[in-house]
Design a protein around this ligand. Structure first.
Ligand SMILES: [Fe+2]
Length: 228
């Protein structure tokens, strides 16, 4: 490399983590699906169905009934925490819940508060199901260029200038991300407001386990005035 070459460095990249169990824990997948009670989202005023139902419990992993799923997720959360925070302090689940999508698969863009690491674990989905979108934070003063992406310039799209990264949904897949990172589900091609037609097929329901975490002891430093 000569002295006039341009060197480009990535600074402060955001790590996400992905791991898969495949069908290894299918008994526990089915147990969670079968034994969970759901709060059915009400029909909206125009008669259309909302996108998903949520589990009545917001502590579905606080049980001895699904030890493999629980241990798999928690051990990976704590491995990932070492990379994300450079710290070995243990994280625990604060809340965990299941989202059931009988027909539509859409989740608005959001982030999780009062949590360190969040994630999704797919209990049941198909290859056609909507993926998880992770969004770059838009900052004040960010330049808004028109999005023109013909295939001829696809090579110009990279980790620095893209604004969405999509992770495919597969049964048994775990995706971990910092809780502040915005995420969504579905794509612009879907119409979350379309009318429910007939009775959805339960075998095609999509089930996603989601969770938040926090440290199981006080954090921060007294002398730095940031102790919690
Ligand atoms: Fe979320």
């Amino acid at each position: 490399m000569s002295k006039n070459d341009l060197n480009i460095h990535g600074i402060f990249p955001v790590p996400i983590a992905v791991a898969e169990t495949g069908n290894e824990f299918d008994n526990e997948h089915q147990k969670l699906i079968r034994d969970t009670e759901y709060i059915i989202n009400p029909y909206s005023s125009n008669g259309n169905r909302f996108d998903y139902d949520t589990s009545n419990s917001t502590h579905v992993l606080d049980t001895e009934d699904v030890p493999n799923i629980r241990n798999f997720i928690l051990s990976h959360v704590n491995e990932y925490s070492k990379v994300l925070f450079g710290n070995t302090d243990e994280l625990v689940f604060t809340q965990s819940w299941i989202m059931r999508h009988p027909e539509h698969q859409h989740m608005f863009t959001h982030r999780h508060t009062n949590s360190a690491i969040s994630g999704s674990y797919y209990l049941q989905c198909t290859e056609e199901d909507a993926n998880l979108n992770l969004h770059k934070d838009t900052k004040e003063g960010q330049i808004g260029l028109p999005v023109i992406r013909p295939t001829t310039i696809d090579s110009m799209i990279n980790d620095f200038n893209c604004d969405v990264t999509t992770v495919p949904a597969i049964t048994g897949k775990l995706i971990l991300f910092p809780s502040w990172l915005q995420h969504s589900m579905g794509s612009g091609e879907m119409d979350p407001g379309r009318e429910l037609t007939g009775t959805p097929d339960p075998s095609k329901y999509r089930y996603v386990l989601a969770f938040n975490t926090w440290w199981n002891h006080p954090i921060g430093v007294e002398r730095n005035l940031n102790r919690l």
